[in-house]
Design a protein around this ligand. Structure first.
Ligand code: SAM
Length: 256
């Protein structure tokens, strides 16, 4: 950063992960920053109890994404953070889960760094681990899975480069965790099946994981698409695929 750039800004931007929903899963560091924030720009999936942690004097701005306006809003949001850093000391960008896991945090941080704004990331607990965990599904297990892949199910329209290589993923690890996969589920199931995964491979869908509204749908590659159609199961949900899903029947009984 050159001198001219640093003089433009009095503040610092914190990219903070709010975790998957349960307010108890917010990090202490993230909570401390929310308590002394001057401005908080937050996303749609951040739970209301976490918004209550924000300094009551802070300006709160809902940057909730709207379908069809994704890229424009992204630019607007980054520009807003840059503007706020000119006059406010503690500017928080609050994102669901972890900011760097399918959260565009990397892109936002890159733009802020390029603009000469001081910026720090505060990781959060990602839904791809926490939602299965609250459903009694450990993403690795010494008896069932020595590896896990986190993948986007929303790869369409050239949004993700490189595009998802489902063939490689089907054979690359024992557990596959898919974010944003519900709308595209039949395509994903088709790709994994044609890559040779058994039709009996267990699949769990967990929606609103770690919140009081958490719901699960358990099936197999063969059955899950029909189950979604029959029940109307909808986003936001994580899909966990692999033999670790069988532990749901044992571990979900743990909490009494
Ligand atoms: C844009 S991605 C953001 C992921 C986030 N950065 C993270 O680390 O969890 C949004 C997707 O995350 C998943 N997701 C986020 N919160 C969730 C929750 N509480 N339960 C289930 N899935 C969730 C869903 O797949 C949703 O479509």
């Amino acid at each position: 950063m050159n001198n001219e750039q640093s003089q433009k800004y009095v503040g610092k931007v914190y990219l903070v992960g709010a975790g998957p929903g349960d307010p108890g899963l917010m990090t202490l560091k993230g909570k401390g920053i929310l308590e002394c924030a001057d401005v908080v720009v937050y996303d749609a999936l951040v739970s209301p109890q976490i918004l209550l942690m924000i300094n009551p004097q802070a300006e709160k701005i809902d940057a909730g994404k709207r379908m069809g306006r994704h890229s424009l809003l992204q630019e607007e949001t980054t520009q807003l953070l840059i503007e706020k850093a000119k006059t406010q000391a503690v500017v928080v960008r609050l994102k669901g889960g972890d900011p760097f896991v399918f959260g565009r945090g990397g892109e936002e941080m890159e733009d802020l760094v390029k603009a000469g704004v001081s910026v720090e990331v505060v990781p959060g607990i990602t839904s791809g681990i926490a939602a299965p965990a609250y459903a009694g599904i450990p993403v690795t297990h010494r008896g069932y899975s020595s590896s896990v892949t986190f993948v986007t199910g929303h790869e369409g329209a050239g949004k993700y480069r490189p595009a998802v290589n489902w063939q490689a993923i089907a054979h690359g690890s024992e557990t596959i965790v898919v974010y944003m996969g519900i709308h595209n589920l039949s395509h994903i199931v088709g790709e994994l099946s044609s890559a040779g995964l058994s039709q009996q491979t267990p699949v769990a869908l967990i929606r609103w994981g770690t919140t009081p509204q958490q719901e699960e749908l358990i099936g197999t590659l063969e059955t899950i698409v029909a189950q979604v159609e029959a029940t109307g199961f909808s986003a936001p949900a994580i899909a966990a695929i692999g033999n670790v899903v069988n532990l749901h029947g044992i571990l979900a009984k743990g909490e009494k």
